[in-house]
Design a protein. Structure first.
Length: 580
């Protein structure tokens, strides 16, 4: 039985109408009358076509190709990466709105094993979990890991079942990671701790995303008492991880890879859930049963970037939140976050809003933020700045979906922002082309993805305390403390120009004007601010402070402010205990 939403969906008629206008104009797009994508046949190889938009916007071309039955898998500027078969070459080349730059057959399954032992938490060292395709965990293996993790770290990890999948064969699960988890992690938005959600694999075939979730869970529990920043993060926030948001679809993709490889008719390409619908669909990357769960949310549902045809890969379902995977997850979000945004299509969430979410997808090396279609959100400045701040760490491109990918409606992050006001983002992990691109990269690519994205995600977790202001403020990119006798020297670098270099409307950097520190208690816990000296001037400055050593080790929170008065996220170092 599904629980009812706590509140009725707010009506935002002005914005909803604006979002739907592009959908009505789709028939007028250049190339709309072009021949549809040819249907694949048994034995076809999937081919990635690199096509360049000619005389049209790349985002509009993407929507038109989707309407014609092609799958636009990735984008880089005005170049789209379109999945087809060898038979697609003729129909694509005949279009006047694009030129085919290259075509690359999707290779066979790569099963070279990666190193799994290095990413198991210490208390689970030596445990074995079922894998496939070189190291990715099966659904059964991941579910066992979740149970083992919660049992081994009961004061840090709580396992929550928030519903059942469409078939009823799999529980829908989240893990809450925080200090004193056994006393917190309540399904109630009235909490003293900020909350952050990391969710993965709502699209079943996007294998990389749950691997990042696995590694983040392991990283947090292993560094709880070691790394001062992780220690503070778990003291001050609850990290909610939804590692496999679409377990039915994941099992289908997993079986398809094992049994049929990556052929065009293999279930390896399953994207959606397993709702069979009312018509007969095929299998593979071009026709499949199910609802696209990232078009099914109650956020401008039915608009551009989604399909009403049941077998299409972007099929939105019969109604908003029609699927248990989205309905129950929306209920979980509403249990975790206070509705902080006032009604009205132009009303922003307040500056002191708490909470953030990152939904992991593949691929294109992008950081996206709401809205996926139509006008900017009322909190665009904070969202855009925070997105660019995160791309400083992973080197991705920042922008709204309709700016750098294609229009999307009914998505997770649009719902999280529009319904609850929290800062919400989508990561598209993995390059648009070359090694480690695609939905099924070799498991050996995962270390690269983790190294790129760990600090970007940690930034999002830290800024969840107050994302719309802290995302505007300077980033402390280096900080350390050194004990010398009875004196603790604290140094750091505050950088207001710590933005990625690729994206739309990159914010302008400002001068760093002041800095402060809090010993033991964070600023939101009533900590007392102490001065920190600034060396230099401009957008990047050095920070220095000196403290006397005490008998007990404590956390020291560092924070810097820009010329507009925005305090950035904290960086945390230890105040070492004095030598006895």
């Amino acid at each position: 039985m599904h629980r009812p939403f706590r509140r009725a969906r707010r009506s935002r008629p002005a914005l909803a109408a604006a979002l739907l206008v592009p959908a009505l104009a789709l028939t007028a797009l250049p190339g709309a009358s072009a021949a549809p994508a040819p249907a694949p046949v048994a034995g076809d190889t999937v081919v990635t076509y690199e096509v360049r938009a000619v005389g049209v916007d790349a985002g509009e071309l993407a929507l038109d190709l989707q309407a014609a039955g092609y799958e636009v898998a990735a984008r880089a500027g005005d170049v789209l990466y379109v999945l087809g078969t060898s038979g697609s070459a003729t129909s694509l080349s005949a279009r006047a709105d694009l030129s085919v730059v290259a075509s690359v057959p999707v290779g066979p399954v790569v099963t070279a094993p990666g190193d799994q032992d290095a990413i198991l938490p210490k208390k689970l060292d030596g445990n074995e979990y079922e894998t496939f395709y070189g190291g990715y965990r099966t659904v059964d293996g991941f579910q066992q890991f979740e149970e083992d993790l919660a049992a081994a770290y009961p004061s840090t990890v709580q396992l929550v079942e928030y519903g059942e999948s469409y078939t009823g064969a799999n529980p829908l699960r989240a893990l809450c990671v925080t200090n004193a988890a056994d006393q917190g992690c309540g399904l109630d938005p009235d909490t003293d701790k900020a909350r952050f959600v990391l969710m993965a694999q709502i699209h079943a075939r996007e294998l990389t995303t749950s691997e990042i979730a696995w590694r983040m869970l392991s990283y947090l529990v292993d560094n709880k008492g070691k790394d001062p920043h992780v220690n503070a993060l778990l003291n001050d926030a609850e990290i909610w991880v939804v590692p496999e948001a679409n377990p039915d679809g994941i099992e289908t993709a997993e079986t398809g890879i094992i049994e049929d490889g990556l052929g065009s008719l293999s279930d390896a390409w399953q994207r959606k859930n397993l709702n069979p619908g009312t018509v007969t669909c095929g299998t593979g990357s071009f026709s499949q049963i199910g609802v696209d769960l990232n078009r099914n949310w109650d956020a401008f549902w039915g608009g551009p970037g989604s399909s009403g045809a049941q077998c299409d890969l972007t099929y939105r379902g019969t109604s908003a939140a029609s699927e248990p995977e989205t309905y129950e997850l929306a209920g979980l979000f509403q249990d975790l976050f206070e509705d902080q945004r006032p009604p009205g299509s132009t009303a922003p969430a307040p500056a002191d809003t708490r909470g953030a979410l990152i939904s992991m997808h593949t691929y294109s090396n992008l950081v996206l933020f709401p809205y996926g279609s139509g006008p900017d959100t009322p909190n665009d400045a904070g969202l855009r700045s925070m997105a660019f701040r995160m791309t400083y760490f992973n080197g991705y491109t920042a922008g709204r979906p309709n700016e750098i990918l294609y229009e999307v409606t009914g998505s997770t992050d649009d719902f999280a922002y529009d319904d609850l006001g929290i800062a919400a983002f989508t990561y598209e992990v993995g390059p648009a082309s070359g090694a480690c691109s695609g939905f099924h990269p070799a498991y050996t690519c995962q270390e690269t993805f983790w190294d790129l994205n760990r600090d970007a995600i940690l930034y999002g977790m830290t800024a969840a305390q107050q994302p719309y202001t802290q995302g505007l403020g300077p980033t402390i990119i280096e900080a350390e403390s050194v004990l010398d006798g009875d004196t603790v020297s604290i140094t750091g670098t505050a950088d207001d120009d710590a933005y990625g270099s690729s994206g739309v409307e990159q914010p302008a950097a400002q001068s760093v004007t002041s800095a402060r520190m809090f010993i033991g208690d964070a600023p939101w816990e009533g900590g007392v601010a102490k001065s920190v000296s600034i060396v230099g001037s401009g957008t990047q400055v050095d920070l220095t402070a000196s403290l006397g050593a005490k008998a007990k080790k404590k956390r020291v929170y560092l924070q810097a402010q820009d010329a507009s008065g925005n305090w950035g996220p904290v960086a945390v170092v230890w105040r070492p205990a004095a030598a006895s």
